[in-house]
Design a protein around this ligand. Sequence first.
Ligand code: ADP
Length: 216
Amino acid sequence: MRVLLVAPPGAGKGTQGALIATHFGIPHIATGDLLRDHVARGTELGLAVQDHLGRGELVPDEIVLDMVRAAFDEAKHTGGGYVLDGMPRNMAQARALYEIGRGLEMTANVALHLKADDEELTRRLLARAALEGRSDDTEEVIRRRLDLYHEVTHPIVDWYASRGILVAVDAMRPAERVGRQILTALEAMRPLVNLVPEHARRSVDLTGLGAAFGTS
Ligand code: ADP
Protein backbone atom coordinates (compact mmCIF):
# COMPACT_ATOMS: atom_id res chain seq x y z
CA MET A 1 0.00 0.00 0.00
CA ARG A 2 1.37 3.42 -0.96
CA VAL A 3 -0.42 6.36 0.61
CA LEU A 4 0.08 10.13 0.59
CA LEU A 5 -1.56 12.27 3.27
CA VAL A 6 -2.82 15.68 2.19
CA ALA A 7 -4.14 17.60 5.18
CA PRO A 8 -3.95 20.93 6.95
CA PRO A 9 -1.92 21.28 10.16
CA GLY A 10 -3.79 19.80 13.09
CA ALA A 11 -5.95 17.43 11.01
CA GLY A 12 -4.18 14.38 12.42
CA LYS A 13 -1.63 13.46 9.74
CA GLY A 14 0.84 12.18 12.32
CA THR A 15 -1.71 10.08 14.25
CA GLN A 16 -3.39 8.58 11.18
CA GLY A 17 -0.07 8.15 9.37
CA ALA A 18 1.26 6.07 12.28
CA LEU A 19 -1.94 4.00 12.37
CA ILE A 20 -1.80 3.23 8.63
CA ALA A 21 1.90 2.36 8.86
CA THR A 22 1.34 -0.06 11.73
CA HIS A 23 -1.71 -1.63 10.13
CA PHE A 24 -0.05 -2.31 6.78
CA GLY A 25 3.48 -2.85 8.09
CA ILE A 26 4.92 -0.05 5.97
CA PRO A 27 7.28 2.82 6.82
CA HIS A 28 5.78 6.12 8.02
CA ILE A 29 7.77 8.89 6.34
CA ALA A 30 6.93 12.21 8.03
CA THR A 31 8.81 15.16 6.55
CA GLY A 32 8.06 17.42 9.54
CA ASP A 33 9.45 14.82 11.97
CA LEU A 34 12.57 14.33 9.83
CA LEU A 35 13.14 18.09 9.71
CA ARG A 36 12.54 18.56 13.47
CA ASP A 37 14.99 15.72 14.14
CA HIS A 38 17.66 17.57 12.15
CA VAL A 39 16.96 20.74 14.12
CA ALA A 40 17.14 18.87 17.45
CA ARG A 41 20.48 17.28 16.48
CA GLY A 42 21.84 20.59 15.25
CA THR A 43 22.92 19.19 11.87
CA GLU A 44 23.88 21.48 9.01
CA LEU A 45 20.48 20.83 7.42
CA GLY A 46 18.78 21.51 10.76
CA LEU A 47 20.51 24.86 11.11
CA ALA A 48 19.51 25.75 7.55
CA VAL A 49 15.80 25.04 8.11
CA GLN A 50 15.10 25.98 11.73
CA ASP A 51 14.02 29.53 10.92
CA HIS A 52 11.57 28.29 8.29
CA LEU A 53 10.01 25.87 10.77
CA GLY A 54 9.80 28.49 13.51
CA ARG A 55 7.98 30.90 11.21
CA GLY A 56 5.66 28.27 9.74
CA GLU A 57 7.11 28.76 6.25
CA LEU A 58 7.85 25.89 3.89
CA VAL A 59 11.47 24.83 3.63
CA PRO A 60 12.97 24.82 0.10
CA ASP A 61 11.56 22.05 -2.11
CA GLU A 62 14.98 20.48 -2.89
CA ILE A 63 15.62 19.82 0.79
CA VAL A 64 12.44 17.81 1.36
CA LEU A 65 12.67 16.14 -2.05
CA ASP A 66 16.20 14.89 -1.25
CA MET A 67 14.97 13.55 2.09
CA VAL A 68 12.00 11.80 0.53
CA ARG A 69 14.06 10.37 -2.35
CA ALA A 70 16.38 8.76 0.22
CA ALA A 71 13.44 7.45 2.27
CA PHE A 72 11.80 6.00 -0.87
CA ASP A 73 15.06 4.25 -1.83
CA GLU A 74 15.04 2.62 1.59
CA ALA A 75 11.31 1.77 1.37
CA LYS A 76 11.94 0.12 -1.99
CA HIS A 77 14.03 -2.49 -0.18
CA THR A 78 11.37 -3.20 2.42
CA GLY A 79 8.58 -4.07 -0.02
CA GLY A 80 7.90 -0.70 -1.66
CA GLY A 81 4.99 0.42 0.52
CA TYR A 82 4.91 3.70 2.42
CA VAL A 83 2.74 6.31 4.03
CA LEU A 84 4.07 9.75 3.29
CA ASP A 85 3.01 12.48 5.71
CA GLY A 86 3.72 16.18 5.15
CA MET A 87 4.60 15.99 1.46
CA PRO A 88 3.72 17.17 -1.15
CA ARG A 89 2.95 20.65 0.10
CA ASN A 90 2.71 22.47 -3.23
CA MET A 91 2.21 21.64 -6.89
CA ALA A 92 5.94 21.61 -7.71
CA GLN A 93 6.54 19.03 -4.97
CA ALA A 94 3.57 16.99 -6.19
CA ARG A 95 4.98 16.80 -9.72
CA ALA A 96 8.52 16.08 -8.53
CA LEU A 97 7.25 13.37 -6.22
CA TYR A 98 5.35 11.77 -9.07
CA GLU A 99 8.58 11.62 -11.10
CA ILE A 100 10.51 10.09 -8.19
CA GLY A 101 7.71 7.55 -7.74
CA ARG A 102 7.67 6.67 -11.43
CA GLY A 103 11.43 6.17 -11.45
CA LEU A 104 11.15 3.65 -8.62
CA GLU A 105 7.79 2.19 -9.71
CA MET A 106 6.40 3.46 -6.42
CA THR A 107 3.81 6.09 -7.32
CA ALA A 108 1.05 6.50 -4.73
CA ASN A 109 -2.06 4.28 -4.84
CA VAL A 110 -4.09 6.65 -2.67
CA ALA A 111 -3.95 10.35 -1.80
CA LEU A 112 -5.80 10.55 1.50
CA HIS A 113 -7.32 13.95 2.17
CA LEU A 114 -8.20 14.73 5.80
CA LYS A 115 -10.76 17.52 5.94
CA ALA A 116 -11.33 19.83 8.91
CA ASP A 117 -12.20 23.51 9.33
CA ASP A 118 -9.81 26.20 10.52
CA GLU A 119 -11.57 26.81 13.82
CA GLU A 120 -11.25 23.18 14.89
CA LEU A 121 -7.67 22.98 13.62
CA THR A 122 -6.64 26.10 15.56
CA ARG A 123 -8.27 24.73 18.71
CA ARG A 124 -6.38 21.43 18.38
CA LEU A 125 -3.04 23.06 17.65
CA LEU A 126 -3.32 25.41 20.63
CA ALA A 127 -4.24 22.44 22.84
CA ARG A 128 -1.20 20.58 21.52
CA ALA A 129 0.98 23.62 22.19
CA ALA A 130 0.10 23.39 25.87
CA LEU A 131 1.12 19.72 25.95
CA GLU A 132 4.11 19.47 23.61
CA GLY A 133 5.40 23.00 23.29
CA ARG A 134 6.21 22.76 19.56
CA SER A 135 7.81 26.07 18.64
CA ASP A 136 5.48 26.58 15.64
CA ASP A 137 2.26 26.06 17.64
CA THR A 138 1.78 29.72 18.57
CA GLU A 139 -1.35 31.56 17.43
CA GLU A 140 0.46 33.72 14.88
CA VAL A 141 2.47 30.86 13.35
CA ILE A 142 -0.61 28.59 13.28
CA ARG A 143 -2.42 31.29 11.25
CA ARG A 144 0.47 31.40 8.78
CA ARG A 145 0.57 27.58 8.43
CA LEU A 146 -3.18 27.46 7.79
CA ASP A 147 -2.98 30.28 5.24
CA LEU A 148 -0.16 28.53 3.42
CA TYR A 149 -2.15 25.31 3.41
CA HIS A 150 -5.11 27.02 1.74
CA GLU A 151 -2.96 28.93 -0.75
CA VAL A 152 -0.43 26.39 -1.94
CA THR A 153 -1.20 22.94 -0.53
CA HIS A 154 -4.95 22.54 -0.93
CA PRO A 155 -4.89 23.09 -4.74
CA ILE A 156 -3.05 19.77 -5.16
CA VAL A 157 -6.18 17.95 -3.92
CA ASP A 158 -7.85 18.61 -7.29
CA TRP A 159 -4.86 17.17 -9.11
CA TYR A 160 -5.16 13.90 -7.17
CA ALA A 161 -8.91 13.88 -7.76
CA SER A 162 -8.35 14.16 -11.52
CA ARG A 163 -5.89 11.24 -11.33
CA GLY A 164 -8.58 9.16 -9.62
CA ILE A 165 -6.57 8.38 -6.49
CA LEU A 166 -8.17 10.79 -4.02
CA VAL A 167 -9.95 9.48 -0.93
CA ALA A 168 -11.49 12.20 1.27
CA VAL A 169 -12.48 11.67 4.90
CA ASP A 170 -14.02 13.93 7.52
CA ALA A 171 -11.29 14.52 10.12
CA MET A 172 -13.46 16.60 12.46
CA ARG A 173 -14.44 13.54 14.47
CA PRO A 174 -12.38 11.89 17.21
CA ALA A 175 -9.13 10.34 15.96
CA GLU A 176 -10.21 6.79 16.70
CA ARG A 177 -13.31 7.04 14.50
CA VAL A 178 -11.44 8.77 11.70
CA GLY A 179 -8.85 6.01 11.88
CA ARG A 180 -11.46 3.28 11.67
CA GLN A 181 -12.96 4.84 8.56
CA ILE A 182 -9.55 5.22 6.93
CA LEU A 183 -8.54 1.61 7.56
CA THR A 184 -11.93 0.35 6.33
CA ALA A 185 -11.56 2.34 3.11
CA LEU A 186 -7.97 1.30 2.53
CA GLU A 187 -8.72 -2.36 3.23
CA ALA A 188 -11.61 -2.23 0.76
CA MET A 189 -9.27 -0.77 -1.86
CA ARG A 190 -6.32 -3.05 -1.15
CA PRO A 191 -7.19 -5.81 -3.68
CA LEU A 192 -7.73 -3.20 -6.39
CA VAL A 193 -4.78 -0.89 -6.09
CA ASN A 194 -2.35 -3.03 -8.03
CA LEU A 195 -4.88 -4.34 -10.53
CA VAL A 196 -6.81 -1.29 -11.71
CA PRO A 197 -4.74 1.31 -13.57
CA GLU A 198 -4.94 4.89 -12.31
CA HIS A 199 -6.79 6.21 -15.36
CA ALA A 200 -9.62 3.72 -14.74
CA ARG A 201 -10.00 4.68 -11.09
CA ARG A 202 -12.51 7.03 -9.46
CA SER A 203 -12.02 9.25 -6.43
CA VAL A 204 -13.93 8.41 -3.29
CA ASP A 205 -15.59 10.94 -0.99
CA LEU A 206 -16.40 9.43 2.39
CA THR A 207 -17.05 12.71 4.18
CA GLY A 208 -20.82 12.15 4.20
CA LEU A 209 -20.46 8.70 5.77
CA GLY A 210 -19.62 9.95 9.26
CA ALA A 211 -22.70 8.41 10.86
CA ALA A 212 -21.77 4.94 9.67
CA PHE A 213 -18.53 5.19 11.63
CA GLY A 214 -19.98 6.99 14.64
CA THR A 215 -20.42 10.72 14.90
CA SER A 216 -19.10 11.35 18.38
P1 ADP B 1 2.02 20.70 10.29
O1 ADP B 1 1.28 20.06 9.15
O2 ADP B 1 1.30 20.63 11.59
O3 ADP B 1 2.48 22.10 9.98
P2 ADP B 1 4.49 19.12 9.81
O4 ADP B 1 5.21 18.35 10.87
O5 ADP B 1 3.98 18.36 8.64
O6 ADP B 1 3.32 19.85 10.62
O7 ADP B 1 5.42 20.30 9.25
C1 ADP B 1 6.08 21.19 10.10
C2 ADP B 1 6.92 22.17 9.29
O8 ADP B 1 7.94 21.46 8.58
C3 ADP B 1 6.19 22.97 8.22
O9 ADP B 1 5.56 24.13 8.74
C4 ADP B 1 7.34 23.32 7.27
O10 ADP B 1 8.12 24.37 7.79
C5 ADP B 1 8.19 22.07 7.31
N1 ADP B 1 7.82 21.09 6.25
C6 ADP B 1 7.34 19.82 6.45
N2 ADP B 1 7.13 19.21 5.29
C7 ADP B 1 7.46 20.08 4.31
C8 ADP B 1 7.46 20.04 2.88
N3 ADP B 1 7.04 18.97 2.21
N4 ADP B 1 7.89 21.14 2.21
C9 ADP B 1 8.31 22.23 2.84
N5 ADP B 1 8.33 22.35 4.19
C10 ADP B 1 7.93 21.29 4.92
